[in-house]
Design a protein around this ligand. Structure first.
Ligand code: GRF
Length: 211
């Protein structure tokens, strides 16, 4: 909201980090009233972690090796507390969060998934869509609950599937939409009044006018 300090966001990732970069860039352009204060990965070699270092953003690797899901999540939570994180954006974070992690940030954790949920949750969503033969897929940004890719939907963007699409070509076109959908979703949540009713997010009042 106008005049308020930017929201403090943590990005959790396991891989290349293109969604992290698109969020960071949108924040830099003033399109999302937030900033990435820390990037955390369960993979020390994740390319996204190296990009955070290049950008001067604190980057922390926390290996899963030798600890339970619960212990790992507690270590991640400690880092988020140290950085006074308010919102968590999962961006290709290949781990299911424990219920205690989800409870630590109620309705303040977002995930992006490369299909139109509730179709094709879980791994290899683009392959699932092609194998099923659907003609439209896309991406979904949703609030995270304790299930797999199952929380309330914030933003979806559709992508038409072409006859000659491969998993790679479809993933590439969906990724372009992901890079718009994630900043749009976070911006909406930060600038609009909203509540959750059942599975739905209800938006209250008019959208702010673009400045
Ligand atoms: C994206 O396709 C996202 O939807 C999925 O994992 C991929 C992450 O890509 N959850 P990147 O690391 O952000 O480039």
């Amino acid at each position: 909201m106008a005049g308020e300090a930017p929201a403090r966001v943590a990005v959790l990732l396991s891989g290349r980090g293109s969604n992290f970069l698109s969020l960071h860039a949108a924040m830099g352009r003033g399109e999302v009233p937030a900033r990435v204060v820390v990037v955390v990965s369960n993979k020390s070699k994740a390319a996204g972690l190296a990009k955070a270092v290049e950008l001067g953003i604190p980057a922390v690797a926390i290996s899963r090796r030798g600890c339970s899901r619960q212990q790992h999540d507690q270590r991640v939570l400690e880092v988020l507390r140290q950085h006074r994180v308010e919102w968590v954006c999962l961006a290709g974070y290949m781990r299911l969060l424990s219920p205690s992690f989800v409870a630590a940030f109620p309705r303040r954790i977002l995930n992006i998934h490369p299909s139109l949920l509730p179709s094709f949750p879980g791994l290899e969503a683009q392959r699932q869509a092609l194998q099923h033969g659907v003609r439209v897929s896309g991406c979904t940004v949703h609030l995270v609950d304790e299930g797999l890719d199952s929380g309330p939907v914030v933003v979806q963007r559709a992508v038409t599937i072409e006859d000659d699409d491969t998993e790679d070509s479809l993933a590439t076109r969906i990724l372009v939409q992901e890079h718009c959908a994630y900043p749009e979703a976070l911006s909406r949540l930060l600038t609009r009044r909203w509540s959750v009713k059942g599975r739905r997010i209800e938006w209250h009042g008019a959208a702010p006018r673009p400045t």
